[in-house]
Design a binder for this molecule. Structure first.
Ligand code: ZN
Length: 135
């Protein structure tokens, strides 16, 4: 997946000149904030995200991403409600992906049965679901 960048609104406190950016990639969530002379970055690995909380005010949402790895939470304010929802969904789906990837084992030793489309081992001679012979 390509990283998605969410930029805080310039009309919120602290964001006029250099709005905060939240960058979500399949590896990590990063908060990037520029100032005149420097760029500060904090990031949490997707694996270490403990929770994503959204607090929505009248106009803007504040996002808080807690880490299970002991580092400080990432906070970013001034995001639109839809961006905030998207960020939460993205992170949660990435985490779900990590989980299923770990339990599915290495890819590449399974295939779909040409007869019944169930997932079976590549080396199988007979499908264990429909018992048909494979070539
Ligand atoms: Zn089959």
């Amino acid at each position: 997946m390509e990283a998605e960048t969410f930029v805080a609104s310039r009309w919120t406190r602290g964001n006029l000149l250099f709005p905060t950016r939240l960058i979500v990639s399949d590896q990590s969530v990063m908060r990037r904030k520029r100032s005149w002379f420097s760029v500060s970055e904090e990031s949490i690995h997707i694996r270490n995200v403990a929770s994503v909380d959204i607090t929505t005010g009248l106009l803007w949402s504040t996002i808080r991403i807690d880490s299970s790895g002991g580092s400080d939470p990432i906070r970013s304010r001034g995001h639109s409600k839809s961006d905030a929802r998207r960020i939460k969904e993205l992170i949660e789906s990435l985490q779900a992906h990590l989980g299923s990837g770990a339990s599915a084992g290495p890819d590449g030793d399974t295939k779909a049965c040409p007869w019944c489309a169930e997932t079976i081992k590549k080396a199988a001679k007979v499908c264990r679901y429909c018992n048909r012979e494979l070539d």
